[in-house]
Design a protein around this ligand. Sequence first.
Ligand code: UD1
Ligand code: UDP
Length: 365
Amino acid sequence: MIKIINICGARPNFMKIAPLMRAYQAYDNIEALLVHTGQHYDENMSDLFFRQLGIPEPDINLEVGSAGHAKQTAEIMMRFEPVLLEHKPDWIVVVGDVNSTIACALVATKLGVKVAHVEAGLRSFDRDMPEEINRLLTDAISDLLFVSEPSGLENLAKEGVAEQKVHFVGNVMIDTLRSNLEKAERSPILEQLQVEPGGFNVVTLHRPSNVDDAATFGRIADALDEIQRDLPTIFPMHPRTRHNLSKLGLAERFAAMPNLRILEPVGYLDFLRLLGKAAVVVTDSGGIQEETTILGTWCLTVRENTERPITVTQGTNTLVGTDTNKITSAYRKCRTSARSAKPVPEKWDGKAAKRIAAVLAAAGV
Ligand code: UD1
Ligand code: UDP
């Protein structure tokens, strides 16, 4: 029996872990446990996704909650170590690039438990981004590295990672998108918000570099002001961003945009429906760059770089940075350009988790 502890903690982890937990079920020789670190804990940042995506109840919740990087990472490590000592798994599987990812990987490797990293090799080459540090460190201590796009293979080869550890399996986030598209069609969100397909924009922002700094957030707000004059704009707001709105004195600025609607974060099915039917998506999310690529919706990424370059070369994504005029002129361009059909990125076919489970089953204890 191969015992695998799977780790999730923050919103984007849930879409990545869901197809994996399902894929293991095809193997009699895999025993899969699920640990939730509790990094995200609000109903609509966590539990809602478990219900909508059919993720099994976590076997253990470390309930770490929010804190600065050092405290949060350290808390996860301290609470995860006894779990590993008790359950003695053969592998842990970590996904993505959040603090929960590196914290659990680090604990495991020091206890001699093998680490598999899903979404390995992505690099923004921007070490001011906390996630870039998490990616570099997690990949450096992983025994199996599951890669979602060709740039990941190139980056890991350049860093000298042994080829036999690396497997190009595709994108688990897109597994989840594909298996939920039909259900998302039935979401009533467009009617609830009284918007028409193609007649609205969607915004999400949560990167500290964008929303923790008043000047940068202000420049983005100026762009959003112009964008909402063109079309109703729906902004499901991440809790970090919500906290900063009043802290940075921007609440009134947003309240004065009549066509921009701030919502609480919405569930996956509603969000997928919004993404699929939006005219333009303005975001700094990692996962949303990939989802819009598959949905064929224009995506303007308010960042200077992306660790997911295939979404630009083969998708609908454009990097627009945080300059007001750059954002608004890219927006106007989207509004007047037809989307050209591009080939779907290789292996973004809904079968990535199955490939991962097969590699783990073959790797053994
Ligand atoms: C984290 C990840 C980021 C990921 C994002 C996905 C790290 C370093 N960052 O950023 O890579 O893109 O999740 O959404 O791991 N909060 C709540 N309720 C919650 C969760 C958070 O109110 O359920 C608030 C707290 O005030 C907290 C803040 O949001 O301090 C930030 O949460 P945190 O998990 O530290 O970072 P994120 O910005 O969510
Ligand atoms: N998402 C969602 N509801 C929202 C915003 C995002 O379900 O209100 C989903 C989105 O479709 C994607 C994931 O959350 O699957 C992305 O998470 P996030 O942007 O928080 O993190 P990142 O991908 O940037 O790490």
